[in-house]
Design a protein around this ligand. Sequence first.
Ligand code: NAG
Ligand code: NAG
Ligand code: NAG
Ligand code: NAG
Length: 272
Amino acid sequence: MSVLLAYIMGMALAICRVRGHDDGFLTEPPDYIRECKIADKNFVNCSTQSIQQLFDKLNDGIPGLNSIKSFDPFHLNRIRISQGNSNAINLKVELANVKIIGFGHTKVLESIVYKKDFSWKTTFTLPQMKLQGDYSLFGRILLIPLNGRGQVFLDAENMTITMHTKTRLYTKGNFTFYNVTNCRVDFKMDGLKSYFSNLFNGNKQLEDSTNKFFNDNWRMLADALYSVITQTVEDILLDVLRKIFHFIPANYFVSDIPTPEQLYGKTKSKPK
Ligand SMILES: *[C@@H]1O[C@H](CO)[C@@H](O)[C@H](O)[C@H]1NC(C)=O
Ligand SMILES: *[C@@H]1O[C@H](CO)[C@@H](O)[C@H](O)[C@H]1NC(C)=O
Ligand SMILES: *[C@@H]1O[C@H](CO)[C@@H](O)[C@H](O)[C@H]1NC(C)=O
Ligand SMILES: *[C@@H]1O[C@H](CO)[C@@H](O)[C@H](O)[C@H]1NC(C)=O
């Protein structure tokens, strides 16, 4: 009887270990990422592969991390942007019920981690990113006065995104974790197809000619929508990265990562 009880308790303990702590984090290194040493010469190469594996895993879902419901397609409720005050760009845009397809095919080109403050610079490409949602916009794009609401479709080809991420290290359990505090992106792309429905409250002819104009001048449209697109990508990445890095200890990515005390000094991280 007591042997059986001990066996059951052992099983329960093993399951706890596999699933992580009560407050939800891994306590065993996952097999889908590579541990890299920042002191090693080939750290960037190792880290690039590790982050690629992480992105690949995100596609089927990271076991135990249920707060990321879906990565591809990714859903955003609302994005609001006011931008510019120049002649070319003067725009208020709101997107709602946004669905973004394509993050599942992310190819990581380079993952740099800076020893000084453990911020990151990550470069990756998305062969295709499609966005679909409800839009309302007021202002001008390429000097065309717009005041409409309807559906928008964007289809960006070969987006190369550079992501600058700020972190603050913290301790949880026996591990060092990244608190992702800020994420800023810039990007370029090889092409942008777009379609806005109901641009001029049902004036179909004007709508068609404007949509054609946007597609013929996609580079200018991409510039005009630069803030809208970066904000969208940043919102997605910040949300996803925060969840991942509160869940997976930083030690499993960078095995020789310092503790917060070692990096910031005792007084700063643990005020008395
Ligand atoms: C990175 O590692 C891969 C696989 O081990 C290797 O093929 C590639 O040449 C390496 N790149 C650099 C820049 O070291
Ligand atoms: C925390 O890590 C240290 C060093 O790796 C180890 O000696 C210690 O047993 C660990 N403590 C717990 C509670 O896991
Ligand atoms: C992470 O940073 C935010 C501020 O950016 C702070 O509010 C939060 O408490 C931090 N979380 C942890 C676990 O340190
Ligand atoms: C996108 O990249 C692929 C692979 O590098 C290339 O074959 C294709 O021509 C690019 N698309 C555009 C529109 O440049």
